[in-house]
Design a protein around this ligand. Structure first.
Ligand SMILES: *Cc1c(COP(=O)(O)O)cnc(C)c1O
Length: 410
């Protein structure tokens, strides 16, 4: 911690900026949206230490508990020992080591595509890919509730954009037909595979069919589907049997894979193009080797029997917890996956519910605007493969008690 007394007195210009930002923060406070960071005093697991207490953790994307798997930790340590703690360069200059290409070959094989290219995170892969693929004279057709990283990627292109209503096939068709009528060069339809705030699944077969009819390519972001849906967790493309018909399969290495990073699994041509055009790839340094080898270890596990067993346990836990919440009378929205929102309406109610859950030994974050629309605030829960049945039942009791007090039960 910095010693405040030793900090030099800030200039008037520095203080003026602080005053102006403090006004914005005050507005957040009045809307109930000002949140302190919750600091974990333990590894990220099915339970976590916060404020000296042990809480059941329903707030992580660590679906399979791989972040603390001995094989990933071993690979991470060995990677650093053999290859160094960092790479000291961007991929295109001197930051590509044997291990980076090994990971990409493994990702391509896992996703059943010709090639793959890794990035620093899921966020950078979306921003990098969309900005690199789309130019003036192109158009992107996008689900209204796509992840922020897709929205930001679209903002960075000079391409036109046409939004369609969330998971609405008729409206997607309207958007595609509008796009074709205008004679664009490239038409790309983009959707999350599993939507991160609602836990619902994209109607991918219908989207792919319509995109093919109108001559559009499809990009699916499987950040919340990899390690969750499909054979051995290969994602929505696999879940729906659409191999070869989805041009760009985006994934993250930061969720079920348990480490950090992002990738696109696609054709060799897409990979070559991105190596020359994707700005996060060109201008930001590559992954430390320990990160890369931990990801390879995760793919080893996913592809084996142990991986499928973890995924099966994830779904058993999901069904149990979801049925419990619904049985109590909570509104859990349209969720079909381990992401289960507990709808609260106003942000203040969601934050209150989250605080009451913490008091009762459960860590589940309240989420409000701008992450979700105003009036659609929620406590978002994510069950993992590593939760015990006893923990899930204790969490349900906490929800029942807090939900009753807040009048959230139907
Ligand atoms: C989490 C998420 C990302 C970002 O992934 P990171 O690796 O955390 O940067 C991208 N897209 C979707 C749909 C996500 O849910």
């Amino acid at each position: 911690m910095t010693d405040i007394a030793a900090t030099p007195r800030p200039s008037e210009a520095v203080r003026a900026l602080d005053r102006s930002l403090a006004e914005d923060l005050e507005r957040l406070r009045t809307e109930g949206l000002l949140r302190p960071l919750r600091v974990l005093e333990t590894p990220q697991g099915h339970d976590v230490g916060i404020g000296g207490r042990r809480l059941i953790n329903l707030s992580s994307n660590n679906y399979l508990g791989l972040n603390t798997h001995p094989r990933l930790i071993q690979a991470s340590v060995e990677g650093a020992r053999q290859w160094g703690a960092g790479t000291g360069a961007v991929r295109t200059i001197a930051g590509t080591q044997t291990v980076h290409e090994l990971l990409e070959e493994r990702l391509a094989a896992f996703k059943h595509t010709e090639a793959a290219l890794s990035f620093q995170s899921g966020y950078t892969v979306n921003v990098g890919v969309l900005a690199a693929l789309l130019e003036e004279g192109d158009v992107v057709v996008s689900d209204r509730l796509n992840h922020a990283s897709i929205i930001d990627g679209i903002r960075l292109t000079k391409a036109d954009r046409i939004l369609y209503e969330h998971r609405d096939l008729d409206d997607a068709e309207r958007a595609l037909s509008e796009a074709r009528g205008k004679g664009y060069r490239r038409v790309l339809l983009v959707t999350d595979g599993v939507f991160s705030m609602d836990g619902d699944v994209a109607p991918l077969p219908g989207l792919v069919e319509r995109a093919e009819h109108y001559g559009a390519a499809v990009m699916v972001d499987d950040a919340h589907a990899t390690g969750v849906l499909g054979d051995h967790g290969r994602g929505t493309t696999d879940h729906f049997g659409l191999h070869g018909r989805v041009a760009l399969n985006i994934g993250t290495l930061s969720k079920a894979v348990g480490v950090v990073g992002g990738y696109v699994a696609a054709s060799r041509t897409v990979r070559d193009h991105l190596i020359h055009r994707a700005r996060p790839f060109l201008f930001s340094s590559s992954h430390p080797p320990g990160v890369v080898l931990a990801c390879v270890a995760a793919i080893d596990i996913l592809e084996g029997d142990a991986g499928q067993e973890l995924i099966d346990r994830l779904w058993t836990n999901t069904r149990h917890f979801k049925a419990g919440l619904e049985g109590l009378g909570f509104d859990t929205g349209a969720s079909e996956t381990p992401i289960t929102p507990v709808m609260c309406g106003e942000a203040e109610t969601a934050m209150r519910l989250s605080d009451m859950l913490v008091e009762r030994g459960v860590f589940a974050q309240g989420i409000g605007y701008p992450t979700v629309p105003r009036g659609r605030a929620r406590v978002r829960t994510i069950v993992t493969a590593t939760h015990t049945r006893e923990e899930l039942d204790r969490a349900l009791e906490a929800f029942a008690d807090a939900g009753r007090r807040l009048g959230l039960l139907r």
